[in-house]
Write a protein that binds this ligand. Structure first.
Ligand SMILES: [Zn+2]
Ligand SMILES: [Zn+2]
Ligand SMILES: [Zn+2]
Length: 503
């Protein structure tokens, strides 16, 4: 209604009908677009016709309908919407471009570990337009040192085809400069089954190594002298660790020998002075000679029930070793196995062991007749050998740093080679009257020993038996040197009193 009133005012002001009609449409035309104007011009004849009536009737103003899209817009082209008035006049208006509307896309090129892929999107409006986008490369995903694409995590190692032609050995560091090495599970699609002889010998910058599942053997000297090697992970496929395999690995701090390993080679872990922890798997049957010698930091070791033999010098010079537990099956312990284990206070043996037993932490044969190893780290000043003992084994008390007095009972017949050598605080040894033999160097370097009485039962004394006993006077019940005594039984010429009768 407001509109009608305004129209009335305007009609009164307007002289020319043409002028009015134009002004009204111009004034009221909400769209006032150029097309509106064009429409009016196109229909000028009807305007003229109407003008004859304008003086007598109310002026016509267009009353636009809701419009119809007369040209559909496309992804890239505008559409047209046309509005009509009942007077027959029309006007148009742009319909905005739709723009492309893309689907979710499909991967048209799969990415690989190292190369980008591609994803292609298609406009769902059917215009045929496509666009592409990169799919990032996947990156390698290593399992046991090898990616499914064949790429190796540790690159540049040297490999040698094994004689079986279906497996490889790692034979050298090659061009690899990594300090942390993961031996690959496979090489050229064949399993890597062996770390070859000296493969990493003297690789002084190597700090860690992982040995994967197909490796069955770590050969001799494989990691010998890898002085920076702190850690090694040995898979439970490995059955054999060769001679000196980890010898001289001066930084190696711990090792777990898996249950698959049956043999620990000679000197395999010798001179690993920082090795504090060793777990020996329960399939190991043989611990080689010197396997752990000079592992100065090793404090305890448990020999599992599978082990039957402990090699000569196996733990020689393990100066921090305080306890050794020996399992069911050990039937052979080589000489010097625990010599120089200055801290050793306890050697225990499984009750099921048929060859050995432990009494008060010392090692004896099962029958108790041979004292094999006194635990020389024990702080006791005196020791009375049990009267089951007939033989004091070679080196049984050697290097004992605490004992000052030892009593040898009447049951003992033989004192082994080097049995008391380097017992530097030993002042007194009392021999039982059944001793017949005193071995070579038996009391060698017992500087504190002041006197011994050698009963007339002794028929044999070995070479240098009392060498370097600088404080010693030797009292012999024999009237003169028996034939069976070695000519240099007393090479340092300690004073000897023959025919001693206790007075
Ligand atoms: Zn109209
Ligand atoms: Zn499109
Ligand atoms: Zn890959």
């Amino acid at each position: 209604m407001k509109r009608k009133i305004w129209l009335g005012i305007l009609s009164a002001l307007c002289v020319s009908a043409t002028c009015f009609a134009f002004s009204a449409c111009d004034f009221w035309g909400t769209q006032s677009s150029s097309s509106d104007t064009v429409s009016i011009e196109d229909n000028s004849s009807s305007t003229e016709k109407n003008s004859s009536e304008e003086s007598s009737e109310e002026v016509h103003t267009h009353d636009w309908d809701d419009g119809k899209v007369t040209t559909e817009p496309t992804c890239e082209g505008k559409g047209v919407k046309t509005y009509s008035c009942e007077c027959g006049e029309t006007k148009t208006e742009d319909v905005p471009v739709l723009g492309h509307d893309y689907d979710d896309g499909v991967v048209t090129k799969e990415p690989t570990c190292e190369e980008k892929g591609e994803k292609t999107y298609t406009c769902i409006n059917g215009c045929g337009e496509i666009k592409t986008e990169d799919v990032p490369e996947l990156g390698h995903n290593y399992t046991q040192g090898v990616c499914s694409c064949g790429d190796l995590q540790t690159k540049g190692l040297k490999y040698t085809l094994n004689e079986d032609n279906v497996s490889y050995s790692v034979s050298g560091i090659g061009s690899c400069t990594d300090t942390d090495i993961v031996i690959p599970l496979t090489y050229e699609n064949l399993p890597v089954t062996c770390i070859g002889d000296k493969a990493f010998y003297n690789c002084t910058s190597l700090t860690s190594v992982v040995i994967p599942d197909f490796v069955a053997s770590i050969s001799d000297n494989a990691f010998h002298n890898c002085i920076s090697l702190v850690g090694v992970t040995i898979s439970d496929s490995v059955t054999s660790i060769g001679m000196c395999a980890f010898a001289g690995c001066r930084s190696l701090s711990s090792v777990i020998i898996p249950d698959s390993v049956t043999n620990i080679g000679n000197a395999a872990f010798s001179i690993c002075p920082l090795l504090t922890s060793v777990v020996i798997g329960d399939s190991v049957t043989s611990i080689g000679e010197g396997a752990f010698e000079y592992c100065d930091s090793l404090t305890s070791v448990e020999i599992p029930n599978s082990v039957t033999s402990i090699g000569r010098e196996a733990f020689f010079g393990c100066t921090s070793l305080t306890s050794v537990e020996i399992g069911d099956s050990v039937t052979s312990i080589g000489d010097w196995a625990f010599i120089g284990c200055d801290s050793l206070t306890s050697i225990t043996v499984s009750g099921n062991n048929t060859a050995y037993q432990s009494i008060d932490g010392n090692l004896y044969t099962k029958d108790g007749k041979t004292l094999i190893q006194y635990a020389i780290g024990k702080k006791d000043a005196s020791f009375i050998i049990p009267d089951s003992v007939t033989i004091i084994g070679n080196e049984a008390f050697s290097f004992c740093g605490f004992l000052t007095s030892v009593v040898i009972p009447d049951s003992v017949t033989s004192i082994g080679e080097s049995a008391f050598s380097f017992c530097e605080f030993l002042t007194s040894v009392v021999f039982g009257d059944s001793v017949t033999r005193i071995g070579n160097v038996a009391f060698h370097n017992c500087y504190s020993l002041t006197s011994v009485v050698i009963p007339d039962s002794v028929t044999s004394i070995g070479n240098c038996a009392f060498e370097n006993c600088s404080s010693l006077t030797i009292y012999c019940e024999a009237e003169s040197q028996p034939e069976g005594w070695h000519s240099t039984w007393n090479p340092s010429n300690c004073p000897v009193v023959w025919g001693y009768n206790g007075e």
